[in-house]
Design a protein around this ligand. Structure first.
Ligand code: 4AD
Ligand code: MG
Length: 460
C-alpha cells in the first residue's frame, strides 16, 4: 500500500493499484448504489473524485459523510469515464477518520475575505487560501534559491535586539518586569533590572546585524519576522511581517538597484513558471489583469529617477492628492501609486531622497542634502523595497548619529565596523507579504499571512 498525494496522482501516466489517500470531503453525491466523493488533501487546488460502490464495507456509514469530514481511502487510480477529470479512484475500503457536523462553517459557497478573517484558523481549507499559502511556501523556497545561486550566505539575525535600526521608535518592548515595578526615582521603568539589563525590543529590521556579516562573508541575506508597532490600519501594513534583507559588500547604490530589480523579476517569473494552477485561480477570480501586470514587471526595465524629479512630476500633475507635496516631504502611498500606475505604468526606482526623511545609516551624498537611498515601487502595491548604500565613513556616520540623537555607546559595535576594514556596502529590505500581494492580486495584506497581527487584533 503506497500513500499518495493527490497532486502526484493527478500527474500519473498509468493506473495505480492498491494506494492510500487521506483527505477531507469537499462534496458528496449519492446515487442509488454508489457515491461520488470529491476529496482534497491540501496538496493542490484540484480534488480527487472517489467512487464508492455499495459493495465497499460499511457503505451505510459512508452515506453519513458530511462536508469537511476526514477520510482515508484505499483503492486504485483508474481512468475516469466521466468528463472533467482524467483519473478517479475506485475505493475498495473507506475509513471515516472523523465526521464534521453540519455546522462546519465552510459549506460549499463563496465567503467574503472579511468573514474568513474571523475564522483564520479554518480559512486555509478553502480553495483560495489553500492556493495563497502554497504560493507563499513556494515563494519562500524561491527566495533562498535566488540567493544561493548567486553565492549569498543566509544569516539568522536576532529577533530580540537593543537597537532601533529605522529610528522611527515603532518598537514592541520586550520585558520580563512587572509592568508597575520597579521604577527609577523619576518614575521611569528601571531597565537595568530587566532580563537583559537594558531596554530591549523586537527587531524592526535585521539590517545592522546583516551589515556586520556582509563585512565578513561578502554577500549575505536575512529572511525573518519583523515587528513594527506603527498604528497604521492600512491594507499594506501589519505589525508582524517577514522581510528579506540582502546586504552586499563592495557594492554601491546602482548595484543595489540591479539586485532588487533582478530579484523581483526572478520571483515573479518563478511563480508564473511553477505555480500555474494556483495562480490561475487568482487570475480568474481575484484580478483579471493579474498575468498582464506580472508580465509587465518581468519584461520592462524599471524606470530609475531621483526623488527631485519624482516630486516635479507629482507637483506638475493635475492630480488632487490628499497629502500635499513639497521638496522634502515623504512620498505617501497615493503618490507612489500615481507614479508607478498612472505616470510610468511600470515599476520604478526612486533614489537620492532628502536626508531629513531617511534613517541615520544611509550614505550622505556630496550635495550634503540627499542620501543614497532607493525605493522600488510597483503597480498596485507602491513601495515593495526600501534600501540604500550605507554610510561607511566613520566621521560622517558619527555626525549623522549625533544629528539623530543616537548614542555612540549603544552603537559602539556598529561604529567599530567602520573602524576596521570598512568598505562601501549596500542592501535593501523587501516586504514578503507585499510581494505575495503583488503575485496573487490579493488587495489586503491580512489575507496573505497565516494569522495577521494588526492594531487591536491578536486572535489565533
Ligand atoms: O523601507 P523599510 O522600512 O526598510 C528597512 O527596514 C531597511 N532597514 C531595509 C534594509 O535596507 N535592509 O522596510 C522595507 C520593506 C518595505 O519596503 C515594505 O515592503 C516592508 O518592508 N514593510 C512592511 N510590510 C508590511 N507591514 C509593514 N508594517 C511594513 N513596513 C515595511
Ligand atoms: Mg521604506
Amino acid at each position: 500500500m503506497t500513500r499518495k498525494k493527490i497532486v502526484e496522482l493527478l500527474k500519473a501516466d498509468a493506473p495505480i493499484d492498491n494506494l492510500l489517500i487521506n483527505g477531507w470531503v469537499r462534496t458528496k453525491r449519492d446515487s442509488k448504489n454508489f457515491s461520488f466523493l470529491e476529496v482534497n488533501d491540501g496538496s493542490c487546488l484540484k480534488n480527487m473524485q472517489i467512487v464508492v460502490e455499495e459493495n465497499v464495507p460499511d457503505y451505510i456509514e459512508i452515506k453519513k459523510l458530511t462536508t469537511g469530514s476526514a477520510v482515508a481511502v484505499r483503492g486504485s487510480l483508474v481512468p475516469s469515464p466521466g468528463g472533467g477529470q482524467k483519473w478517479e479512484v475506485r475505493a475498495t475500503r473507506l475509513a471515516i477518520i472523523s465526521l464534521a457536523p453540519e455546522t462546519f462553517p465552510l459549506q460549499k459557497k463563496r465567503h467574503t475575505d472579511e468573514y474568513l478573517r474571523t475564522i483564520a484558523h479554518l480559512r486555509p481549507r478553502t480553495n483560495k487560501y489553500g492556493a495563497i499559502f502554497r504560493i507563499r511556501s513556494e515563494l519562500s523556497w524561491a527566495v533562498h534559491q535566488f540567493f544561493r545561486d548567486r553565492g549569498f550566505r543566509y544569516i539568522h539575525t536576532p529577533v530580540i535586539t537593543g537597537s532601533d535600526c529605522e529610528g522611527a521608535g515603532e518598537l514592541f518592548r520586550v520585558t520580563t518586569l512587572n509592568p508597575c515595578m520597579p521604577m527609577t526615582p523619576d518614575e521611569k521603568i528601571d531597565s537595568a533590572k530587566d532580563f537583559f539589563g537594558k531596554e530591549s525590543n523586537l527587531t524592526v529590521s535585521g539590517q545592522l546585524s546583516a551589515e556586520m556579516f556582509a563585512l565578513a562573508l561578502g554577500d549575505v541575506y536575512t529572511f525573518g519576522p519583523t515587528f513594527r508597532a506603527e498604528n497604521s490600519n492600512t491594507s499594506r501594513h501589519v505589525a508582524e511581517f517577514w522581510m528579506i534583507e540582502p546586504e552586499m559588500a563592495f557594492c554601491d547604490l546602482a548595484g543595489n538597484m540591479d539586485l532588487g530589480e533582478a530579484m523581483i523579476k526572478h520571483l515573479v517569473g518563478f511563480i508564473i513558471d511553477n505555480c500555474s494552477e494556483d495562480l490561475d485561480l487568482f487570475a480568474r477570480f481575484v484580478d483579471t489583469s493579474l498575468i498582464k501586470t506580472l508580465e509587465n514587471i518581468i519584461f520592462s526595465d524599471f524606470f530609475r529617477l531621483p526623488y527631485k524629479e519624482a516630486i516635479d512630476i507629482l507637483i506638475g500633475s493635475k492630480e488632487s492628492f490628499e497629502y500635499p507635496l513639497a521638496y522634502g516631504s515623504d512620498l505617501q502611498s497615493e503618490h507612489e501609486r500615481y507614479l508607478t500606475e498612472t505616470h510610468f505604468k511600470k515599476p520604478l526606482i526612486i533614489y537620492d531622497y532628502p536626508k531629513t526623511i531617511k534613517p541615520f545609516y544611509m550614505r550622505l551624498n556630496d550635495d550634503d542634502e540627499t542620501v543614497g537611498a532607493m525605493d522600488i515601487l510597483v503597480p498596485r502595491i507602491g513601495e515593495l523595497i526600501g534600501g540604500s548604500q550605507r554610510e561607511e565613513r566613520l566621521d560622517v556616520l558619527e555626525k549623522r548619529m549625533a544629528a539623530f540623537g543616537l548614542s555612540k555607546e549603544n552603537y559602539w559595535w556598529y561604529l567599530d565596523s567602520r573602524r576596521y576594514g570598512t568598505v562601501p556596502h549596500s542592501g535593501f529590505g523587501l516586504g514578503f507579504e507585499r510581494l505575495l500581494m503583488l503575485v496573487t492580486g490579493v488587495s489586503n495584506i491580512r489575507d496573505v499571512i497565516p494569522f495577521p497581527r494588526t492594531p487591536g487584533n491578536i486572535d489565533f
